[in-house]
Design a protein around this ligand. Structure first.
Ligand SMILES: Cc1ncc(COP(=O)(O)O)c(C=O)c1O
Length: 364
């Protein structure tokens, strides 16, 4: 019998599917736990923007229609907000779709892509799916991307560099000076993907906004998302900003109706909900400060975070994950990321954070 794995690229046959955060319903079903606290997928704990929810209700009776395949209104609104032309915006089914399409469009066997170790797993999946080799560069000792080493890893066959700022799962950022030095070193024909899914959470004055670096000939793709700060992860809307010709190639690859109608109206309304954004940031800042204080008190090493999650060293990460699960707290084991001694904890509501700390104190 012909085996399916013999019909695909060897890099695809070797893949394992992405392990998402355990869904609440699954934990309820398997462990019979009433109300688990899900702190596993870096979601917005306060919920979606109420304005977005209202907008969705208004669009429900039109569900028999296909969505606007060009996302006209959302593209125009994002273009105005970021002071670029609508032709420089690509809207995707989550920013993951943009990352995927960037790999599919620009990578192929024989080329390579440069990534950092312990960075978002989707980069590796997308690179492997395109049959390209990943050149993986170690992080610095402080878990920050070593941009100098990443620039040095670029060779004549490198087509794309994937950067996450902040990075998932470390929550670390690279700063403006390193970023500018990196930009100056990257050859003109190499595409830089700056994944800024957690952009809006960062408070550091030296955090670089890659949208400021889009001028001239540079092949730079900035990705952002409605999944995190705007609390719309379930609707799958993300976007890219880049030169028009790069955006055109992404559009050539996508499904004609890749973004749902509800996603589009929710994103449009959510963008204007400044009160929801303000509350999200306040809950997050308070949550990060609380978790860092508690980890310090428990003498658990943690990596100071600029995002809405935090990586903490607990010993046997997978075992601690399972013990927390039994207590109804879902965190994320990190063995798949090569960080078997850590778990990643998304910031929750204050009572969820306290529940996590109580459970962690009991199992440690
Ligand atoms: C670094 C990073 N980039 C991108 C994403 C993708 O988000 P989405 O596809 O929901 O926009 C995530 C989600 O967890 C992430 O952590």
């Amino acid at each position: 019998m012909v085996k399916a794995e013999d019909l695909v690229l060897p890099s695809v046959a070797a893949l394992s599917p992405y392990e998402p955060g355990k869904p609440i319903e699954e934990v309820q079903r398997e462990l019979g736990i009433g109300e688990p606290a899900k702190l596993a997928s870096n979601e917005n704990p306060i919920g979606p923007s109420p304005l977005a929810v209202e907008a969705i209700k208004g669009a429900l009776t039109e569900l028999n229609r296909y969505p606007d395949g060009g996302c006209f209104e959302l593209r125009n609104k994002l273009a105005a907000r970021h002071r670029v032309s609508p032709a420089q915006i690509f809207i995707g089914s989550g920013s993951c779709e943009v990352l995927d399409l960037a790999a599919l469009a620009f990578l192929r066997p024989g080329l390579n892509a440069v990534i950092a170790d312990h960075s978002f797993i989707i980069y590796q999946l997308a690179i492997a799916a395109s049959g390209t080799r990943a050149k993986v560069v170690p992080l610095r000792e402080d878990y920050v991307f070593d941009l100098d080493a990443m620039a040095a890893a670029i060779d004549g066959d490198t087509r794309v560099v994937f950067l996450g700022n902040p990075n998932n799962p470390t929550g670390t950022i690279y700063r403006r000076a390193e970023w500018k030095r990196f930009l100056a070193r990257v050859p003109e024909e190499v595409i830089i993907v700056a994944d800024e899914a957690y952009f809006e959470f960062v408070r550091d004055p030296d955090y670089p906004d890659s949208l400021e670096d889009h001028g001239g000939k540079r092949l730079l793709i900035t990705t952002r998302t409605f999944s995190k700060i705007f609390g719309l992860a379930g609707l799958r809307v993300g976007y890219a900003v880049a030169r028009e010709d790069l955006i055109r190639m992404l559009n050539n690859m996508r499904q004609p109706f890749n973004v749902t109608s509800l996603g589009q109206v929710a994103a449009l309304a959510g963008m204007d909900d400044l009160e929801h954004v303000r509350r999200t940031i306040a809950v997050n800042s308070e949550g990060i400060a609380y978790l860092e204080r508690e980890f310090a008190r428990m003498r658990l090493p943690y990596i100071p975070s600029h995002a809405n999650f935090i990586l903490v060293e607990v010993g046997e990460g997978r075992a601690i994950f399972n013990q927390l699960l039994a207590k109804g707290v879902i965190v994320r084991p990190m063995d798949g990321y090569g960080l078997a001694r850590h778990v990643r904890i998304s910031v929750g509501l204050p009572e969820e954070n306290r529940r996590l700390i109580r459970a962690l104190s009991e199992v440690m």
